[in-house]
Each structure stands twice: as C-alpha cells, then as structure tokens.
Design a protein around this ligand. Structure first.
Ligand code: AFP
Length: 430
C-alpha cells in the first residue's frame, strides 16, 4: 500500500501507532514536490529542499522528530551543512521537552510567580517570571553546547549573546575544541522566545516556545579559537529578515505538548510529545491552513478604541456576518500567541496584534515572535502581513526606525489567506 505523506495520511499515521485500534499498516510514504522553489504561499524559498521519504514506518513508534530531521539532512546530500542542523534541532527538541516538564510541574515545584518577587525586569520593561529566566537558560545552554551556534538572541536577553561555553562554571575542564568545530562546520544563529505567554502560566493557560534558526552571515566568525568575541559587529548576526530563516517553529505547552516546525519553509510538520516514550511523534504531517477556515477572529478587543478605523470597520463587519463569507465570525483569544496561532493553523481564521494609537508597532517582536510564526504560516499556505500589508518575512530588522534592535516590535496579522486579504481590502479601498 502506498500512502502519500500528506495531511490526509494523518489518520493512518495515528492509527498505525495504535495496534489495537487499527490493522498494522506497512506504509511507504511519498511526498508532493512543488515544481518551483516557492513556498505554499507562493513566495520564493531560500533553499529548495527535498522532503524526506519514509519507505517504512514502525507501527509502534511512528515517525519521530529526530528521524524526520535526520532524514531531511539525508534527503539533501548536496547540502552537507544540513547535517550541522541535526544537532541544533536535537538541542531545541531536548530544551522543549525540558521546558514542557518544567511548566507542567511548576505548581508543585515552586516555579510559579515572579523572579525576585517582581524585582526582575527585562529590557522591554516586563516583569520576569521565574520560568522566563529558567526556560531561557535551558534553551541557551542546550544550543550553546551543540557547538554550532554563533549568536543567540532571546526575549529575555538585553542584547544578542555570543554562544561560548567559557562563561559557565567548570568550563575550564570542558573538553571542547571550538577551533576544530569552527573549521569543519557551518554555523548558525538562533532567535527565540523561551516562554511566550508566560504571564498566563500560573493560571495553567497554554504557553509556548518560539524559535528561528538562521545561517551565520558570510565572513562572520563571531568567536576566535579561544571562544572570545572577536567581532562585535557580528553579534548582530541575528538581525536577519525572516525570509532567510532555515528553520522556524514553536512548541506549544498545553493539554498536549506539540512541536510545529518548518525546515526550509516548504512544508509545515506537526509533532506531539508522547510523554510515556519521551519522543515527539509526527501526528500532523504537511499542515495546511484552509484558505477560508472557521469564521474566527483572534485579537485583543480591549484595544479597539485605539485601532485604525479600517480595522474597526473590518472586525465590526465580520462580527455582523456582513463580510465576504456572509458568516458571523466569533472571537477566540487566549493572549498566548503560540496557542492562538496553533488554533489558527488548524482551524483557519485570522489572528492579529495590530499597531494602534498608543503602541504604533503593536506588541509582538519581529525577530523571535512574528518572523518564525510568519515562516510557519506561509509554509502551511497562509498569509502573514504587517501593518502596511507588507509581508512580515520581507521586513529587514536592520532598517528599524525605532532603533530597538533585536527587540523591535511589529504589527502582525496572519492566518487564512482569504481572511488576511479581506482585512487588507479595507485599507486598500481608502
Ligand atoms: P507574555 O509573554 O508577557 O504573556 O506576552 C504574550 C504575548 O507576547 C503574546 O504571546 C500574546 O499574543 C500577546 O503578548 C498578548 O498581549 P495582550 O495581553 O496585550 O493581548
């Protein structure tokens, strides 16, 4: 039996893992391969990667995230640098499993509440939770020990940091030859928000980790052989537009822990953590956002009084059922971007965090929230635009007029293509 590795095979994959509920199916998977190097949203791809083919799938284990990543590198032998990404992705995966466990156990382990009783404030002026700090450390350490990372930028760090192990206790004894690693490997830079939605975490509301991996720009060797920063300019290597992302994704900590990522931007794959086995298993292959999904809008309506009149008109129109579909839209807003985007990815509709008269660029950060999410959404065939309708992935962070660097904010609208286009039409007709 030949099974195409598309969203329609989800049930088969899931069924194949449950020996009592489905006859054992030996699966051979093939993958759709678009003719041109375009992503499903119709925009140019940085790399036209071959998707892995799974000639055999264990009926008990399914396709794990580690297998997917390994096979991705194997399916593209002409790009040996992808092998370096295997350890980077292993680090992200391990960090997400650890964070999932920390979040799940936080009511019992005393990790709820604010760091320093509220005395710890990040560069954006937000109070840091204990879990903000710990999850940042988990992710940072996981990535720096891969030896493949040059620079990391995180919501919880004031500025990008060089990934060197020598600032850790016991680093003198750490047997690690960075020179060799540098010589034989391509290097990457990472951007991440370790625990997005953390203001909700004490109430057991979904949170998530958002991450993006770029290649280090040519000619940038951030560290010398002794692990010292030798080029401060290169510390801004994380300041790349989203269309240069090699991998982007998120991990949602909710009733189940789900890891959604796009490797290269051509497809979007969803994995669920099997907590009993400790592995992420492919449960949502080739995710696609319906071009018109459920009639849902997701936006913080408390800010409505400061919105652009065009946006107010659009939301009012769909609330009344007088938009293009004639359907009355309903509101769903968690206030945790990962949860809101995950629902949008699965059900369709539109998610937005607009700029308004109080905060002209909205709240969400371009590098480690908007860009990786836009990468995922486009890989699933959706649209992701900013306040003027420009594609989020094309926004160059170095041209930030506000000078906020890695922490610059950007208005965000993303979701079903037709819904995003309908929202934009209210601006275009003026
Ligand atoms: P926190 O990480 O401070 O909880 O912020 C979450 C977030 O960055 C994003 O996940 C939400 O979509 C957005 O803020 C919610 O912001 P509002 O509370 O202003 O709606």
């Amino acid at each position: 039996m030949l099974v195409a590795f598309t969203s329609s095979s989800t049930a088969l994959l899931a069924g194949a893992r449950a020996p009592h509920s489905a006859p054992a199916v030996r699966m051979t998977a093939t993958v759709e391969k678009p003719a041109e190097a375009k992503n499903p949203a119709g925009n140019d791809l940085l790399m036209d990667l071959n998707e892995p083919v799974f000639p055999e799938v264990c009926e008990y284990a399914g396709i794990t995230l580690s297998r997917y990543v390994l096979e991705m590198a194997r399916a593209n032998p002409e790009k040996p640098e992808l092998n370096e990404l295997v350890s980077v992705m292993t680090a992200v995966e391990r960090a997400c499993k650890t964070i999932s466990n920390l979040v799940r156990r936080s009511p019992m382990s005393g990790l709820t509440g604010l760091e320093d009783g509220g005395g710890s404030i990040n560069v954006q002026g937000e109070e840091q939770k204990k879990l903000d700090i710990i999850t940042n450390t988990v992710l940072k350490n996981a990535l720096k020990f891969t030896g493949k990372m040059g620079v990391l930028a995180s919501e919880e760090e004031d500025a990008p940091v060089a990934s060197q192990p020598s600032d850790l206790p016991g680093a003198e004894d750490y047997e690690w030859n960075r020179e060799v690693i540098l010589e034989e490997s391509g290097k990457y830079v990472a951007v991440f928000d370790p625990l997005d939605g953390s203001s909700n975490v004490d109430a057991n509301i979904p949170t998530g980790t958002i991450f993006g991996i770029f290649e280090e720009p040519d000619g940038c060797n951030v560290l010398n052989g002794d692990g010292e920063v030798m080029d401060n300019e290169c510390l801004t290597a994380t300041m790349q537009s989203g269309n240069k992302l090699v991998v982007g994704g998120y991990c949602l900590y909710s009733a189940a822990t789900e890891f959604v990522m796009s490797f290269g931007g051509k497809t979007c794959q969803g994995f669920t953590l099997d907590e009993q086995v400790g592995e992420f298993v492919l449960t949502k292959p080739n995710m696609k956002i319906p071009s018109r999904g459920k009639p849902i809008y997701s936006i913080n309506e408390a800010n409505r009084w400061a919105w652009d009149p065009e946006l107010t008109e659009y939301i009012t129109t769909i609330q009344k059922g007088e938009g293009e579909t004639g359907q009355q839209y309903t509101s769903r807003y968690i206030g945790s971007m990962v949860g809101d985007v995950h629902r949008t990815l699965l059900y369709g509709g539109i998610f937005g965090y607009p700029g308004d008269t109080k905060n002209t660029n909205g709240k969400l950060r371009l590098l480690y929230e908007a860009a990786p999410m836009a990468f995922i959404v486009e890989a699933a065939g959706g649209a992701a635009v900013s306040g003027k309708g420009e594609r989020i992935l094309d926004i160059d962070p170095t041209e930030d007029p506000t000078g906020r660097g890695v922490h610059q904010r950007v208005p965000v609208f993303l979701g079903s293509k037709d819904d995003v286009a309908e929202m934009r039409s209210y601006y275009d007709k003026k």
